[in-house]
Design a protein around this ligand. Sequence first.
Ligand code: 5GP
Ligand code: MN
Length: 328
Amino acid sequence: MKLPYRQAVEAICRANRIMLAAHVNPDGDTLGCVLALTHALRILGKEVVPYSAHGVPDIYEWMPGASWVQTSGPPQDFDLAIICDAGAINRIGSAVAPLAESAPLLINIDHHVSDGLFGDVQLVDARAAATAELVYHLLRSLQAACHQHLLTTEVAVCLMTGIITDTGSFRFLNVTPLTFALAAHLQRLGADPAPIAEQVFENRSFAALQLMGLAITRMEVSPDGQIAWSAIGYEDFQRLGAVDADTEGIVSNLRSVKGVQLGILFREVKPGSVRISLRSREGCDVTKIARVFGGGGHKLASGCSVEGTLEDAVSKVVAEATRQVSPP
Ligand code: 5GP
Ligand code: MN
């Protein structure tokens, strides 16, 4: 499949005022892409505003350019909007979506399995391990077209962060020889993986580890041993002084139990509103479960939200998962 990099390059060259948007509950990939593009497009003299409706979680605050990120803003005359790592336009949040929608041209850069593509130029490839891989190719094309060095150390660090986080440090099934080739180039450009991994994975708050302990203590496993789940209530977050970003990594621990095919983490982010993360092993496509509840994502990592009590959410989603994963 050939992606329209040339069209994206031409759109960027023509634009002066560009807005970039990350998805809600931002991760290292969406932020890495938005920040890498912000650095590079500013080198080209563009006026660039990076948005992340949910800001920058503590574990990513060290990323070069993190302080530039805006959570919302008044309407502005952007010539171009670029959305990174969001399977649907509403995934950038209601505070930012109108800004992107009012731009005359929209570039969608993504690697999610998507039902409907959005945007005027679509750099979308579900085989890419991270959206950062696609941004890397775009920047190479842009570099060649503009005869300017764009893959600076800052840009490389941002892209490496996206690749490390979306591949679980090069452990997931999405990793290809291209992922390693690209990472090797980024490291030569100054993006050492070790300090990035340390910042992201070994710099956690006390509350985050307590939350992990709580979730693991409460873990339940289905009678056939195929589904493991756990639930964190709003009151638990309050009591431990934890935030939703502190749940990072918990769901993959649920899936790591021997024999478990599917891990599900439920958390009541505010009373009556439950966020759900699903992680599976190969052979079990969790987008099918997430979609039943209006969510989506990747085959092995998806998410959705359910309104109602934590107990209701657990019973509905576990029942659906059981229907799909371990029918009687
Ligand atoms: P997480 O569990 O880390 O929040 O999300 C896992 C994956 O599913 C991510 O790629 C994320 O973009 C996607 N995802 C999470 N929640 C939703 C949702 O509500 N809707 C859609 N379409 N995708 C989601
Ligand atoms: Mn991603």
